[in-house]
Design a protein around this ligand. Structure first.
Ligand code: NAD
Length: 518
């Protein structure tokens, strides 16, 4: 660590998790300890009350420089650490995460606004990736082909790429970073996380867990901040690879900039996920799924269902079944055990979502359930918006075209399966999609034909498990690899092919010809 005042780990932990009423200070984590930054301070809201609960210091160019230099130095020794020892550290990380999962979830819930049960689910989905990475000695196994020529053997090995960076969105402040860093670190890379400035507190807890697990200093680092930090990472020659998850315009910017600066890059973008309900579907099951996936986490999930496509005669009964369930959704502060849906992340985001609802009404869609008037007693200043359900939405309307990322569910009615598929094909996004039907052949045809990266059959949020990678198609992902799982191992390593001859060549003397197979 060079020339910078640091806080003790305990100071930072207290600063990051102290109770309501005090304004926490959220700092960077560089070289195994908290580091106060010098950049501007940004407010972190409490979405349930509308008050400010913390301040995060945005990184300057100098902060990013320090993080990259520290991670670069740590890489020289971490890449040499034997796989068995790396696996032991990952196992300890898994145990520490399990021990403190409620603490992580509560912090996520307090800063993001999602209800605690949802935040606990987020932590456990992140932990799955840590568990996957614990198998790194097997996952990094290469391949060998003996005797490809006389006494010549060829082996392929996977080696780390260097300093990797992860830039993450507000909606999964624990899980999305954990899609990235367990595998990056297990593969022998060092890592810099740039979390969302809207709910950055969990990043410091995740860093502390690494210290508890015995990870060498400098292998995992956090720089806080906004686009200044992101652009500094993208331009820095010391960063070899960037994983990004966020909205499509920023994903495109990250992909293009990182390619220009010769970095390996994967950039996961936004979504507009459709759920197609065929005429033979179990309507109660489909309505349950639409409401759970539409309004869970207040619609702030990249795998949220935002459009239900009702095929054939199911429209009226389906809309009625969804509407009655929508009216019953309990909205409340994120830590209220009775609440099923919390507030939106910021006042600005809530206002943006509400403006879409106004626009939908103005454009002629039928607002069957209107959540705009919702008041949560005792939390009048919180960023709440009740669930909204639109029927008879048309593809030209802004509520259909744009990713709203809030509790707004649109029903589009079509007559045939082919029309449903045409609507999906015309939509620029391709993250997730679901089909509800009792017909196996129809479901199989749908899964094979649809141009979307993750498909659910009678499953509304088809989030793959950690051993299968996560990613969309088209405007939902820029790059070649999906996140975590086998694609994660591929993204976090470079292939090296080693050709070896140890035997005594039968023919001696120079041979200027191109090597032939012998
Ligand atoms: P965002 O794009 O606004 O921010 C993502 C990250 O980029 C943050 O760390 C932010 O600080 C940074 N950033 C924001 N604007 C920037 C700019 N102009 N230049 C450089 N960096 C910038 O996304 P968000 O609002 O935090 O998250 C919601 C979005 O993320 C939604 O679009 C959602 O669909 C998407 N998302 C996608 C996936 C997926 O797997 N495809 C998963 C989760 C979220």
């Amino acid at each position: 660590m060079v020339g910078r005042h640091t806080l003790s780990t305990r100071d930072a932990a207290e600063a990051a998790v102290s109770g309501p009423g005090t304004r926490r200070e959220i700092v960077h984590w560089i070289g195994g300890r908290p580091v106060p930054g010098r950049g501007p301070r940004l407010e972190v809201a409490d979405p349930s009350t509308g008050s400010v609960q913390a301040e995060v210091t945005a990184a300057t160019l100098e902060d990013v420089e320090l993080a990259v230099a520290t991670a670069g130095e740590a890489y020289r020794s971490w890449r040499e650490v034997p796989l068995g020892r790396r696996a032991q550290i990952l196992f300890r990380y898994r145990e520490a995460l399990e021990r403190r999962r409620r603490e992580v979830a509560e912090l996520v819930s307090r800063e993001h606004g999602k209800v605690l049960a949802d935040a606990l689910g987020e932590v456990s989905r992140g932990a799955e990736v840590v568990e996957y990475a614990c198998g790194i000695p097997a996952l990094l196994a290469g391949s060998a082909t003996p005797q490809v020529s006389t006494d010549v053997d060829v082996t392929s090995v996977r080696q780390p790429v260097g300093v990797m960076a992860g830039i993450t969105p507000f909606n999964f402040p624990a899980m999305v970073p954990m899609w990235m860093f367990p595998i990056a670190i297990a593969c022998g890379n060092t890592f810099i996380l740039k979390p969302s400035e809207k709910d950055p507190g969990a990043s410091l807890l995740l860093a502390e867990l690494w210290a508890e697990a015995g990870l060498p200093d400098g292998v995992f680092n956090v720089v806080q901040g906004d686009r200044v930090a992101v652009d500094a990472i993208l331009e820095h020659p010391g960063v070899a690879a960037v994983s990004f998850v966020g909205s499509t315009p920023v994903a495109r910017h990250v992909y293009e900039t990182a390619a220009r600066t010769h970095k390996r890059v994967q950039a996961l973008g936004g979504a507009k996920n459709h759920m197609v309900v065929l005429p033979d579907a179990d309507l109660d099951r489909a309505a349950d799924a639409a409401v759970s996936a539409g309004f869970g986490s207040a619609g702030e999930r990249c795998m949220a269902v935002s459009v239900v496509v009702a095929v054939g005669a199911v429209g009226d009964a389906l809309v009625e079944a969804i509407a009655s369930r929508t009216r019953a959704v309990k909205v409340g502060p994120s830590l209220d055990p009775d609440a099923e849906m919390g507030p939106l992340v910021t006042a600005a985001h809530r206002d943006r979502v509400r403006a879409y609802v106004d626009a939908g009404v103005a454009e002629g869609a039928e607002l069957v359930v209107d959540g705009r008037g919702l008041v949560v007693p005792g939390h009048e200043a919180g960023f709440f918006l009740g669930p909204c359900l639109f029927d008879r939405v048309q593809p030209h309307m802004s509520i259909y075209r744009d990713e709203i990322f809030g509790p707004v569910l649109c029903v589009v009615r079509v007559d045939t399966y082919d029309e449903a598929l045409a609507i999906l094909a015309a939509n620029p996004y391709g993250n997730g999609v679901a089909v509800f039907t009792r017909d196996g052949a129809a479901a199989r045809r749908f899964a094979m034909e649809v141009e979307v990266g993750m498909v659910g059959v009678n499953v509304p949020i088809p989030v793959p498990v950690a051993s299968h990678s996560f990613g969309g198609w088209r405007a939902s992902l820029f790059g070649d690899t999906h996140a975590h799982g086998p694609h994660g191992i591929h993204f976090c390593t470079r292939t090296k092919v080693i050709t070896t001859r140890w035997g005594d060549p039968a023919e001696r003397g120079p041979d200027l010809g191109f090597p032939r197979t012998r």
